[in-house]
Design a protein around this ligand. Structure first.
Ligand SMILES: Cc1cc2nc3c(=O)[nH]c(=O)nc-3n(C[C@H](O)[C@H](O)[C@H](O)COP(=O)(O)OP(=O)(O)OC[C@H]3O[C@@H](n4cnc5c(N)ncnc54)[C@H](O)[C@@H]3O)c2cc1C
Length: 490
């Protein structure tokens, strides 16, 4: 099973498509088997984690569901390809035990996790670059710099953010002044506030780290509130902060989890699905909605619809009645980010403690060993930004190949990536809101529109922009539908 998504590139050999993926489903569609003239109980648009959880929870609650996705695989922005028996994560990958919705699924399907980088405190393995100058530090020194910078950034109130944002899930508990003040503040504003309070080395290390958090959006386009919300979700603790956003990954890769959830739904006997079937219109009526999908514009009816498409692609579906102004404004306000995640398969295992912070690199700003590689090799994952312009895959591979740090370049055997910035079904990578978006539009994004419910990681109240947020949203939508259809049938 392979997918059209993602590319592998080897120095001198150019790009290759059709990467293996256990979440590419054969057959890609089973709709013909469902011949009942009755509408489905629910149609779920999108088979990322929000859609998969919604479809699984609905079908296992006894409801008939149709799951539609434009892609040829499950998982949306989280998927893995298997190369030489090792998963390479192309999108969302890091999980944690405080990601409670994810952890429940890992437990349910008995999947193993592995702790991330096998980094030791080796001397000179942490490369710090600032203003074109490079110096080599130990991992301990780099960690100390990052930790102290992060503590300073979040110490907005003399209590490391505990006074300003005491609880992460009850955002109403925040004073209106604090919500607005910190959401209107960008990350660049916060760094400017600190001024000389951050040393040059701290700034270099933390700037490249922030790229990984925000998907490479310019810091003046990123809400500081959102980063503070992550910090609060981690109990205002630096140890928890680093552990929860970058340590644990699934042993068999994200696509193995997506596949388990899908198989569970399919096993109920109540799931119809069609991959490679993009939705272009949703027309709602008093008792049911009609969804138009696929090349032939086929119409499907259901009592409820769960729309899980990312915020950046919401505008691609024509809704009738039209979406309310706040949903549309949020979609228009949010900019596509060009966040890139590049896996470099390197020969040799002695790079396992290697990291590089290069905030001005543009293409690859922060790289480290990702903790997943065959014996005798190392996988370095790099975060940065896709090159601007209409480049083909070969040019993207060349540009990334050339921007890898020169000490790493001779070891690189293969680069594996998914160009999210040119992906028509995500139009960008992971969600990170601009200033003001959350306080102005979060409630509106979560609101139902007639028989249509909206569920996406992009507007979760918890781990927004994470896999956990997607699962939370899928579960919320499914629970709402089960309850409302039960009431209607009484
Ligand atoms: C490079 C990268 C790294 C990340 N790292 C992490 C991480 O380490 N940890 C973490 O927790 N999160 C991470 N994330 C974020 C996480 O992957 C996402 O937040 C989460 O997977 C989103 O799930 P979702 O179901 O809300 O949306 P999606 O996964 O985007 O699912 C939406 C689905 O809708 C489909 N769709 C869109 N439009 C249409 C249409 N018109 N018709 C039919 N189908 C359509 C799409 O194909 C997609 O399958 C990362 C994301 C990326 C891209």
């Amino acid at each position: 099973m392979s997918t059209r998504d993602g590319r592998s590139w080897m120095p001198g050999a150019g790009p290759e498509a059709d990467l293996p993926c256990v979440a590419a489903i054969t057959p890609s569609c089973n709709v013909e088997r469902h011949t009942s003239p009755e509408p489905f109980d629910a149609i779920v648009i999108g088979a990322g984690y929000a859609g998969l959880i919604a479809a699984r929870d609905l079908t296992t609650s006894g409801l008939k569901v149709l799951l539609l996705d434009g892609r040829d695989r499950l998982g949306g922005r989280a998927w893995s390809t298997d190369l030489d028996g090792h998963p390479f994560e192309m999108g969302g990958s890091y999980v944690s035990d405080v990601h409670r919705h994810v952890w429940r699924e890992i437990t349910r399907y008995q999947l193993g996790v592995k702790a991330g980088p096998e980094r030791k405190d080796e001397q000179n393995k942490a490369i710090l670059i600032r203003d074109g100058e490079e110096r080599h530090a130990s991992q301990d020194e780099r960690n100390r710099l990052l930790r102290s910078a992060v503590m300073k950034i979040f110490n907005v109130d003399g209590a490391y953010g505990k006074l300003v944002m005491p609880t992460p899930l009850d955002e109403a508990a925040l004073t209106v002044e604090n919500r607005t003040a910190y959401d209107d503040m960008s990350i660049a504003d916060r760094l400017a506030q600190l001024g000389d309070g951050l040393s040059a080395d701290e700034t270099a290390v933390v700037s490249s780290f922030v790229v990984m958090c925000t998907g490479s959006r310019a810091m003046d386009e990123c809400s500081f509130y959102e980063l503070l919300h992550w910090w609060c979700l981690c109990g205002h603790s630096p140890d928890a902060f680093f552990r929860n956003i970058g340590v644990y990954q699934l042993r068999r890769g994200q696509s193995s989890l997506a596949r388990c959830i899908f198989d569970d739904a399919l096993g109920s006997g109540r799931l119809a699905y069609a991959l490679g079937t993009p939705v272009d219109a949703v027309r709602d009526g008093p008792d049911a909605a009609t969804v138009r999908a696929g090349a032939g514009g086929r119409a499907f009816r259901a009592r409820r619809v769960v729309c899980t498409v990312p915020l950046n692609t919401l505008r691609r579906i024509a809704f009738d009645p039209p979406l309310p102004a706040d949903k549309l404004a949020a979609a228009d306000t949010n900019r596509r980010n060009g966040g890139a995640k590049i896996n470099s398969r390197c020969a040799g295992a002695d790079l396992r403690s290697w990291t590089c912070s290069d905030p001005d690199n543009g293409l690859i700003c922060y790289s480290y060993e990702s903790g997943s590689a065959a014996a005798g090799t190392t996988n370095i994952v790099g975060f940065g930004q896709y090159p601007e312009g209409e480049l083909d895959d070969a040019a993207v591979g060349e540009r990334f190949g050339a921007s890898i740090h020169e000490s790493l370049r001779p070891h690189v055997k293969q680069i594996v990536f998914h160009n999210w910035s040119r992906d028509e079904y995500s139009n960008g990578s992971w969600f990170f809101p601009g200033p003001g978006l959350v306080t102005r539009y979060l409630d509106g994004l979560r609101r139902d529109h007639g028989n249509v419910l909206f569920a996406s990681s992009d507007w979760s109240t918890g781990w927004r922009g994470f896999i956990d947020g997607a699962m939370q949203e899928g579960a919320r939508a499914a629970a709402g539908i089960v309850k409302s259809l039960r009431v209607e049938r009484l």
